[in-house]
Design a protein around this ligand. Structure first.
Ligand SMILES: [Zn+2]
Length: 265
């Protein structure tokens, strides 16, 4: 969730080159939860591409993605509809298999999981399991032999913070995933929403600090409001500073935090 104003004017329908082998096409689904919209990433060269996250089922957007080059693979960072709903149509337009951790989102024979590697257009995409936002969240390290970047889906966004979507998303998993991303060092972050960021380490550290702060606030709120306080009451108390449009998502994160605080570890 965010609460920050948009940084850049959306450029729907325009491919923007971000690194030597990574370009982005912004989907037309802006909202308080999706920032300017979903980033559909194109990795490789125009002869052979890997698409990460086709985005929503929007014919115009998917036609633009399909026209951007020869698509060999379609990968999903996770199954939320704003990333995956267009996958089937893009598969039909291009014939490229859709690979995801969750079998429900696959088209073709191959899945996608920690340790897998996908190659196209001179780029290798290595898969990291980064559950927490959802149980099926993956991140992808892209490498052309000279320049490495990490695609983080909704695990790290270009702005603001993300939701831990309880009960599928689990805070302890999410913190472990942030530590994995922090340990990658200064790779460029190519997020599922919002602008790219210069260094995974720095943003993962900010996310970890933010999570620790929110957890302390939730713990204090429970102490103050009593053990029977509802998640909604805690949201009103702890998330008073964020846009009300994202309070339903904040409630999921609060439930994930309560679950974390109540689990012995
Ligand atoms: Zn998501």
């Amino acid at each position: 969730m965010t609460g920050h104003p948009p940084l850049t004017h959306p450029a729907y329908g325009r491919v923007r080159q971000v690194t030597p082998y990574a370009a982005v096409l912004l989907a037309r689904n802006p909202s308080p939860m999706t920032l300017e919209g979903t980033n559909t990433w194109l990795l490789g060269d125009s002869d052979r591409l890997v698409v990460v996250d086709p985005g929503p089922h929007d014919a115009e957007h998917l036609d633009e993605v399909a026209a951007s080059g020869r698509i060999e693979w379609i990968l999903l960072t996770h199954g939320h509809a704003d990333h995956s709903a267009g996958a089937r149509r893009l598969h039909e337009l291009t014939g490229a298999p859709v690979r995801a951790l969750d079998p429900a989102h696959r088209y073709g024979d191959e899945g996608l999981a920690e340790g897998d590697a996908v190659h196209a257009g001179g780029v290798t995409v290595m898969v990291l399991g980064t559950p927490g936002h959802t149980s099926d969240s993956l991140s992808f390290i892209a490498d052309d032999g000279q320049y490495r970047a990490v695609l983080t889906g909704d695990t790290i966004l270009g702005r603001g913070t993300t939701v831990v979507a309880h009960p599928d998303g689990v805070l302890a998993d999410y913190l472990d995933s942030l530590r994995r991303l922090r340990d990658l060092g200064d790779l460029t972050v190519l997020p599922g929403h919002g602008p790219e960021l210069p260094a995974a380490r720095a943003v993962a550290e900010q996310y970890l600090a933010h999570r620790a702060e929110r957890l302390a606030q939730v713990r204090e709120a429970v102490d103050r409001l009593g053990p029977d306080a509802s998640a909604q009451q805690i949201v009103e108390d702890v998330y008073a500073d964020v846009d009300r449009a994202v309070w339903p998502a904040a409630e999921l994160s609060v439930r994930a935090q309560l679950d974390y605080l109540r689990t012995p570890r």
